[in-house]
Design a protein around this ligand. Structure first.
Ligand SMILES: NC(=O)c1ccc[n+]([C@@H]2O[C@H](COP(=O)([O-])OP(=O)(O)OC[C@H]3O[C@@H](n4cnc5c(N)ncnc54)[C@H](O)[C@@H]3O)[C@@H](O)[C@H]2O)c1
Length: 261
C-alpha cells in the first residue's frame, strides 16, 4: 500500500513549481491533496493534473474567513486532514525603505497565514489522533542579504514558530517541522534568468556545495519524509534542503588553502 494512502494533505502555495511538486509527490504516494493558493489559473491547472485525488480551493492565506472555508471544503470533500504543508509566500520587500504596510502584509501572508492554517487544522488532526505540519523557510532567514529586510525576517520567524508549534501541538500527536531551502528552481528564479536553468546554475552554483540550484522534486522528497511516519521522532526542527548553502563558509567551494600557502 502507498505510504500516504487514505491520508489527506493541504498544500498552500501549491499552484507554483515547488508547491506543485509537493502536491504531485503526495498524490503519487497515495494521498488526496488540496491545493490552496491565490493563483486561480495555475492552481486549477495543478489540481487538474492531480486527478480525482486533487482539489483546488482558491484561498488567500492572509484572510481567516478564506482559510476557514478552505478547511471546511477539504473536510467536505475528503473527510479528514493529516498533513499541512505551508509553502505559500510573498516576496514583498523594499529593504531599508520598506514601509510599515509592507511589513504587515508580508508577515500577514508568510507568518500569520501558515499559523492560521495550523490553528484551523489542529482540532481536526487532534480528533484523528495526530498529524504532521511542514513549514517553509529559507537560507534568507539565517543570513544578511543586501536590500532585503522583510522577507528574511518572515522566514526567520517561521523557524521559531515551528519550535513553538511543535512543543504545544505534541500533546495532540501533531509533529511540526520546517524545510529551509537554498536557491531552488522556481517561478521567481525562472523569471530572473528568463527560464535559462543553466544560467541559474552558473549564478547559484558557487553558493551551494552541490554547485547548482535545487530541484522542486528534491524539496518534495524531504517534505514527504517529514510528513510521513518515518519521521516519527522528528519535531520542532528545521531541515536544510539547500544543497549545502548554509554549510558553506566565506571560503566558498573553490578556495584551496594548500594551493594559496
Ligand atoms: N525559490 C527559491 O529558491 C526559494 C528559496 C527559499 C525558500 N523558498 C520558499 O519556497 C516557497 C515557494 O516559493 P517560490 O519561490 O516557489 O515562490 P512562488 O512565488 O512561485 O510561490 C509562492 C506561491 O504562494 C502563493 N501565494 C502568495 N501569496 C499568497 C496568499 N496570500 N494566499 C495564498 N497563496 C499565496 C503564490 O500564488 C505562489 O503560487 C516559499 O515559502 C518560499 O519562501 C523558495
Amino acid at each position: 500500500m502507498a505510504e500516504f494512502s487514505g491520508k489527506v494533505a493541504i498544500v498552500t502555495g501549491g499552484a507554483t513549481l515547488i508547491g506543485a511538486a509537493v502536491a504531485e509527490s503526495l498524490v503519487s504516494a497515495g494521498a488526496c491533496v488540496v491545493v490552496v493558493d491565490i493563483d486561480t489559473d495555475r492552481g486549477a491547472r495543478v489540481a487538474e493534473g492531480l486527478g480525482a485525488r486533487g482539489l483546488f480551493i482558491p484561498t488567500d492565506v492572509g484572510d481567516d474567513a478564506a482559510i476557514a472555508a478552505a478547511v471546511a471544503a477539504t473536510l467536505a470533500r475528503f473527510g479528514r486532514i493529516d498533513v499541512l504543508v505551508n509553502a505559500a509566500a510573498c516576496y514583498i520587500d523594499q529593504g531599508a525603505a520598506s514601509p510599515r504596510a509592507d511589513w504587515a502584509a508580508a508577515f500577514n501572508v508568510n507568518v500569520f497565514g501558515g499559523v492560521a492554517l495550523v490553528q484551523a487544522c489542529r482540532p481536526h488532526m487532534a480528533a484523528q489522533g495526530g498529524g504532521a505540519v511542514v513549514n517553509f523557510t529559507s537560507v534568507s532567514g539565517r543570513i544578511a542579504q543586501a536590500g532585503r529586510w522583510v522577507y528574511p525576517a518572515t522566514k526567520a520567524t517561521i523557524e521559531q514558530v515551528t519550535r513553538s508549534q511543535a512543543l504545544d501541538l505534541a500533546g495532540d500527536g501533531i509533529r511540526v517541522n520546517a524545510v529551509s531551502l537554498g536557491w531552488t528552481w522556481s517561478a521567481p528564479i525562472s523569471a530572473m534568468v528568463k527560464a535559462d536553468r543553466a544560467k541559474a546554475d552558473r549564478i547559484a552554483g558557487p553558493l551551494h556545495i552541490t554547485g547548482r540550484v535545487g530541484d522542486p522534486k528534491e524539496v518534495a522528497e524531504a517534505v514527504l519524509f517529514l510528513a510521513s511516519p518515518r519521521a516519527s521522532l522528528i519535531t520542532g526542527t528545521t531541515v536544510a534542503v539547500d544543497g549545502g548553502y548554509l554549510a558553506l563558509g566565506p571560503e566558498g567551494r573553490g578556495l584551496s588553502l594548500t594551493e594559496l600557502l
